[in-house]
Design a protein around this ligand. Structure first.
Ligand code: TYD
Length: 208
């Protein structure tokens, strides 16, 4: 592969993104570069801690800009170089998270958050985005430590999921909707076959 492949995982909290990103990266071995958002760089990890801390008191626009700042760093320092190196970047959330959580969930507007987001990413988009689809009630029943977003309850998660469904429907070539109510192994098998197909078609298109 000459230009690499950029894969992202999206979904509401506890849909299983982190598990699936880990299983995919492990299966791909040295070909994969795994990134989490927010985070993935020294400054990004500090922004992540701030954003997830339930004691952080932050306005909605400032919150959106912090996510964008962390994203600009990880694009420039990790994702773009890895893609240039022909690697498969496996990203646990990307700009679609901001469109869904800040744009729709917080009500800032998908358009406005998208404009800031495109500046932050310099226009870089995933080649393939998995929507791990799980009803908010099922997610709430899964174990885990809750953060500032989950503390706000099921109404926010519902708005976020609806936004994801709209984004996926608007761009079917990039999105793959996967039923995340099944076991991690079954979801991984479906993800893996889609990624293998994408790698094969990217290699076929690359100049010899
Ligand atoms: P996440 O990494 O999914 O948390 P965890 O590791 O606990 O699964 O993301 C942290 C929270 O940040 C999550 O509730 C979603 C939220 N978020 C946004 O609101 N906007 C964004 O752009 C991103 C990347 C995450």
């Amino acid at each position: 592969m000459v230009s690499g492949l950029f894969v992202s995982f999206e979904g509401i909290d506890r849909a299983g993104k982190t598990t699936q990103a880990g299983l995919l990266a492990d299966a791909l071995g040295d070909l994969a570069v795994r990134v989490r958002e927010p985070g993935g760089t020294p400054v990004g990890e500090r922004i992540r801690a701030l954003l997830k801390d339930p004691s952080t008191d932050l306005g909605d626009r400032a919150e959106a800009l912090l996510f964008a700042t962390a994203r600009a760093e990880v694009v420039d320092r990790v994702i773009a170089p890895a893609l240039a190196d022909g690697r498969v970047v496996v990203c646990d959330r990307f700009l679609d998270s901001s469109l869904a959580y800040q744009g729709a969930g917080r009500g800032l507007g998908v358009e406005a958050v998208g404009a800031v987001g495109r500046f932050a990413t310099a226009g870089l988009e995933p080649d393939l985005t998995f929507l791990l689809a799980l009803p908010p009630n099922a997610a709430a029943g899964r174990s885990g430590v809750s953060d500032r977003f989950e503390d706000e309850g099921v109404a926010l998660q519902r708005r976020v999921l609806e936004a994801y469904e709209r984004l996926a429907a608007a761009e079917p070539a990039r999105w793959r909707r996967v039923d995340a109510e099944r076991t991690a192994e079954v979801v991984h098998a479906e993800v893996m076959s889609i990624v293998e197909e994408a790698i094969a078609s990217a290699s076929a298109k690359a100049p010899a």
